[in-house]
Design a protein around this ligand. Sequence first.
Ligand SMILES: [Zn+2]
Length: 455
Amino acid sequence: MRDGVHTMTFTSRIGPDDRERPPHAGGWQLLGALGAVDDRGAAIDGMSELVVERGVITTLRRQETAAGHPSDSHGLVVAPLLVNGHDHGRGAGTVLAGIADGPLERWIQSLQVHRGTTTQESLVGDACRMMLSAGVGATVICVNPQSNDTAGEVAAAAVAALNAGIRAAIVYPFADAMGYPYGRPADATGWTSAEVDRQLHSFESLTAAFDDPLIEFQLGPVGPQWVTESTLERIATYARETGRRVHMHLLESRAQRAWADQVYPDGLLAFLARIDLLGPQVCFAHGTQLRSDELSMLAAAGSVLTLNASSNLRLASGVPPILGAQEAGVDLAAGLDGLALGDDGDFWTELRLLRGLGQAQSGQRIGAGQLLEPLLGGGRRALGACAPSELRVGSVADFLLLDVSGYQHLLEEWSLADVLVAMGTPERVREVWVGGYRVFTRTPPAEPPTVGGQR
Ligand SMILES: [Zn+2]
C-alpha cells in the first residue's frame, strides 16, 4: 500500500473557526435532565432550567414550579449525547447500496463490489448526519478506504465528520494480511518495518494537521487475523510510546474464533497481552465470540469493549456476550457498526436490543441505570480526547433534547433513564448540540403523539 501523505493538500489548519455554524445560544424549561450534575458533582434531577450562552452551559439547575410541570417545556428533557463506540460510516446504509446481509467474511467480499463507486467523504458525511438526527453526537469511525490512498481517505473521513458537526474518533486502518479472509498464519509476512513506519508517519501528519477538539485520530490495526504479528507489535510499541489510543476488531465471527484457536492455542488474548496490545488505551469492537476467561482478561486489562448487537445479528456472527461481560466487569460501550437494524442510525433501538438480549441471557430485568450510563461512559472512553463534555455549568454544550410528550406521567415513578431507553426514538430528538453548536433541529409534528394515554 503506498504512502498517501503527499497526495493530501492542507492549505491551512482545519478548525471550528473555519466552519460556518448555526447560532449557539438557547434556553429551556425542561421536564428532566439525565446525567446532569451541579457544581459539587451531585445529580440534578426533576424539572430543570438550562441556558447556553456562546456555546457554554451557563445555567443548569433544578426548577420547582407551582403548576407541577413547567408550561413552556414543550415536553422536552435534556440528555447526554449518545455515543456510538464503533462505526465505519456506511453512508445511507448497505441495504440501499444493494449489499445483502450475510456471514461476515463473505459480506466483506461483497463490499468490494461497490468499492470506488462512492467517496469516503459522502459515506462518512451521510452516516454522520444520519447519526446526528438520531441523537448520536459522537462516534468512532473506522475508515474503510475506497482507494489505495489510505491517508487521503482518513483525512476525507475527518473532514466529513467535521463538516457534519459530530465528535469523531477517526481510526486509521492498518492491515497487511487482508489477503487471508479467514485469518493469516502466525508467520505471515506483510509490510516491511519501513512501510509500517511510513504509515505511522502518515498517521502523525494527520494528527498534526487536524487540530480540533471534535476530532481524535486513533491507531486501527483492523483485527489480529488481518494484521501480521510484527506490525501488531510495532503499533503496540508506538501506542505505548506516544499515548495514542488503539481501536481494533476482536473475535467478531465464528471463523475468527476458529482462527484464533488454531493459530494461538495458548490464547489470542495472551498473545495480545504479551505484545502490550491489551490495556486501558485499547478499545476492542465486537468480541462476539469471547469466552468468559477472555472477558476476565479484558476487564483486568481495563480495555473497553464495544458491543454491536445489530451488526452481529445481521452478519450472522453471534450474540454479544452482554451478561458475561457485565459479570466479568468489562468496561462496555455500544456501537452501530454502520448496521443498525433499520439502516437508520437508530441508537435507541440498539439500546433496547442490548437490554433485551442481556435480559434473555440472564432471565433478569436490566434497568436502564445498569445499561445506559455505563454504555455512554464506555463510549466516552472509546472516543478519547474528543469525547463529549459533562452536562454541567461551565461545560461546552454537548447534549440532546428529547420530546417525551405522552410519557410525562412515567417521570413520577420511573427513572428518567428508564423512560428514555423505553421510548426514545430518532423522531423524538428535537435538538442536538455538539461542541457548543446546535448541529441538528427537528420541528415537532403539528399534533404531538399521544402514545401512553396521559398527556
Ligand atoms: Zn466494524
